[in-house]
Design a protein around this ligand. Structure first.
Ligand code: AAL
Length: 382
């Protein structure tokens, strides 16, 4: 029986001499599990392989400021001779969930409004003021508005963002809101209703505020719909988001964090969740861009496929194009580049955030480079 299995396994590997040499395999008849996996790797070259440099501080109003949280920058758009960025802003430290949640600030992204800033060179920023503020008591966005993305489409500007209604308990389900304007400086009109909500097919166990205790977990996004980002694509509007599931567990790759997609015919919706969800079983903050008739996605932080760059020729079925060393969190892409130049041009520089400590985060600048050769000091690449 064991022999038969070995014969079948060997036959399923058609190994060329070139493959054998490239992978440095000692003996084609004694393949380790690692070699068998390597033989299945796609032959996609290294044009998606990049390395990120250390984050650099910004100047002007977006430089680190004591007592202020600025985090989760949007993509950058270039309008009126300057870059624009939107971000979550709150004041003061967080108390967490142990105390009086009606009055405390539970997370750094709790009790936020969305502010924006502009810059001519992308280094020195002027904070312009609030763009979207929390709703009045009783509205779905009365507690916090945060983690925003920008989309420009036919001379209209759209901000999509996370919202939470008070009280901000550990079991609270958040929503995604949308606002639009004919100018990046506003004023913004907010949608009356959320454009995206968590799936409602999970069941909590008991009444205690415990997010790990469930009768049924439900869909990948039964608890949270986070990090929304809308891209005009194929004549429609593709809203990518991060889902968190009720009863989240730790897997062999870390937290159970997945990405989903909802599609609309019009920028204001309705956004219908894709039947193919989840479209990634790893990742954290959404970082997506259009490349060659498809959508590329940087997958960071969580899950077995973290630290990969993926691409889907239909925006849905993503394949790994590169496995990288690591990546900044919460990337705000610089969308003002020629995407056709190379697949990762959009990642050459942009904004991200850094945890100065668990209470305070500030916005920083990232950069990345293509890497095609590894040389020692003084050594010439061929
Ligand atoms: C981030 C994002 C979302 C979460 C919080 C703020 O990493 O995934 O924005 O809500 O943390």
């Amino acid at each position: 029986m064991k022999k038969e299995k070995e014969v079948v396994e060997k036959k399923s590997f058609e190994i060329s001499n070139e493959q054998l040499d490239n992978l440095g395999i000692t003996n084609r008849d004694s393949l380790s599990s690692a070699s068998k996996r390597a033989l299945k790797w796609p032959n996609i070259g290294n044009e998606w392989f990049i390395e990120f440099s250390a984050l650099k501080p910004l100047k002007g109003d977006l430089a680190y400021e004591e007592g202020v949280v600025r985090r989760d920058p949007s993509a950058l758009i270039f309008e009126n001779g300057k870059y624009y960025v939107w971000y979550s802003k709150s004041l003061g430290e967080s108390q967490g969930f142990g105390g009086d949640i009606e009055n405390d600030k539970v997370f750094p992204w709790d009790r936020c409004d969305i502010w924006y800033a502009t810059s001519v060179d992308g280094w020195t920023w002027k904070e312009e003021g609030p763009a979207i503020v929390r709703g009045v008591n009783g509205e779905f966005d009365d507690r916090s508005v945060f983690t925003v993305e920008i989309m420009k489409y036919e001379n209209m500007y759209y901000l999509c963002y996370q919202t939470v209604q008070s009280p901000y308990t550990v079991r609270v389900k958040n929503q995604v809101g949308l606002a639009w304007s004919d100018s990046p400086d506003g004023p913004w009109t907010k949608s009356k209703q959320p454009i995206l909500s968590p799936a409602d097919n999970g069941i909590w166990k008991g009444l205690d505020q415990n997010r790990f205790s469930v009768e049924k977990k439900g869909d990948f996004d039964s608890h949270k719909v986070h990090d929304p980002c809308i891209i005009p694509y194929n004549g429609k509007f593709y809203l990518y988001y991060k889902g968190e599931q009720m009863g989240e567990e730790i897997t062999f790759g870390g937290r159970q964090i997945r990405h989903g997609l909802a599609i609309a015919e019009n920028p204001q919706g309705p956004y219908i969740k894709s039947p193919y969800n989840p479209i990634s079983n790893s990742g954290h903050e959404i970082c997506v861009w259009e490349y060659k008739d498809g959508i590329a996605s940087l997958i960071t932080t969580d899950g077995p496929e973290k630290n990969t760059i993926q691409w889907a020729n239909d925006g849905i079925n993503f394949e790994i194009m590169a496995v990288i060393k690591g990546a900044p969190h919460a990337i705000g892409l610089n969308r003002n580049v020629d995407n056709g130049k190379n697949p990762t041009e959009v990642l050459r520089w942009g904004l991200s955030h850094v945890y100065n400590n668990s209470d305070y985060q500030s916005i920083m600048r990232f950069s990345s480079q293509l890497k095609t050769v590894h040389t020692a000091k003084g050594e010439k690449a061929k």
